[in-house]
Design a protein around this ligand. Structure first.
Ligand code: GAF
Length: 394
């Protein structure tokens, strides 16, 4: 009973066996290569990657595993095993210069197609089986996991590869062009470059990053999945991006990374819309909160980390307007509970997860409190920073 509220990573060995068995069953031979890529949770730095700000995500133990082999048929054939055990199949012709790939149904295959279309030097036909335990639609980056797993598998199958930053950028491009989501670089970057026991401070302007050891002492990061996803995500995200860009343009900057808090005055004087002002304020302050968290985490000032988490949530809710009643309720329930340092929504928003910095000894009590008061059905897991995408031995 108690376990039913826990999201437990199956582990890559279990997923690999499942993928391999399904591959053999579907394609009648052994796969040639196997790759996996994780989901992620962002500690802080939300809705600022596309403004060239700083973000501080960690890769998770939940992974998407892909096994595959070249097939000399000119067709790309995919078998995906959903969380429910249901199997879905699709195929599409490998792209050629005269017949490039285009996005199209089924929606799930666009993540793979986008990567195939952007893989340097092209791809001939291949077969692949995909299994995952990354929770879907929870703001834990299941999209980047499948994109980066695809890229990593194709590197192994073709023997061609690119640098890690380039790989993240190509996967981001795939997401822009195929699923059509104008995301920033955070998800593909951390999924590619995460490291066990580290958070990654990514500078989304220079695309350089610093591994920050996650030495939390007797504290942990609890992730609470609200298990809600509101449909407006599709249109709201591009709108946020456009509003931030409008603020930057009005200031004569290429992005809000270069803006200072005093610039808000300039925007006001230009009679800039209230909503654009609010977005700009969030971005400018969230960038400095993220730099500060990375700094005070090294000094083990967890009280300050917690305060900044709460401030970030407040700002995402009131200024950026990307939270939702369920996540606001969860943060309210958590606020002031024993052993808690701070909490905030994480990811793109409109549903998804809340991260809480809390004493390990108080985690069970907090879960009970949330289960008793939250009106939805939450699931929980502890964020254990894990490695980024990698090849698996068959
Ligand atoms: C989504 C996007 F994909 C990221 O690029 C990022 O903008 C995030 O929302 C919000 O911080 O996950």
């Amino acid at each position: 009973r108690k376990m039913s509220n826990e999201a437990i990573a199956k582990g890559e060995a279990v997923l690999l066996k499942e993928a391999r068995d399904k591959f053999v069953e579907a394609f009648g031979r052994q796969p040639q290569a196997a790759a996996c890529a994780p989901g992620r949770v962002n500690l802080i730095g939300e809705h600022i990657d596309y403004c060239e700000g700083y973000v501080l995500p960690v890769a998770l133990p939940f992974v998407t595993v892909m096994v595959g082999g070249l097939n000399n048929t000119g067709e790309c054939r995919l078998l995906s095993i959903l969380g429910t055990g249901e199997e879905v199949k699709t195929s599409f012709p490998a792209p050629t210069p005269s017949a490039p790939l285009k996005p199209g149904p089924p929606a799930w295959a666009n993540y793979v197609k986008g990567v195939v279309a952007n893989f340097p030097g092209g791809v001939s036909g291949f077969d692949a089986a995909i299994v995952t335990d990354v929770p879907m639609g929870s703001g834990l980056s299941s999209s980047a996991a499948i994109e980066v797993a695809t890229f990593t598998l194709l590197e192994a199958l073709t023997g061609r590869s690119v640098g890690l930053v380039e790989k993240a950028k190509l996967c981001q491009k795939a997401e822009h062009e195929f699923p059509g989501m104008p995301c920033g670089i955070m998800d593909q970057y951390i999924v590619t470059m995460g490291r066990k026991d580290h958070a990654l401070l990514i500078d989304c302007r220079s695309l350089e990053a610093e591994q920050i050891p996650m030495q939390l002492g007797d504290l942990v990061v609890l992730v609470t999945n609200s298990n809600v996803k509101h449909k407006l995500t599709g249109s709201e995200y591009p709108t946020r991006r456009a509003q931030c860009q409008e603020a930057a343009d009005r200031l004569g900057l290429s992005s809000l990374r270069g803006a200072k808090i005093e610039d808000l005055e300039k925007l006001k004087q230009q009679n800039c819309e209230e909503v654009v002002l609010k977005r700009a304020k969030h971005v400018i302050e969230e960038i400095s909160r993220t730099e500060e968290v990375a700094r005070v985490m090294k000094q083990k000032d967890f009280k300050r980390v917690g305060e900044l988490f709460y401030q970030s949530h407040e700002s995402l809710s009131k200024l950026m307007e990307v939270s939702c009643p369920e996540m606001d309720q969860i943060v309210d329930i958590i606020r002031g509970a024993p052993g808690v340092y701070g909490a905030r929504m994480t990811g793109g928003g409109f549903g998804g997860c809340v991260v809480t910095l809390i004493k390990k000894s108080e985690v069970e009590n907090l879960k009970k409190r949330i289960l008793a008061k939250y009106k939805g059905s939450p699931t929980f897991f502890l964020s254990q920073p894990s490695d980024g995408a990698r090849l698996l031995k068959l």
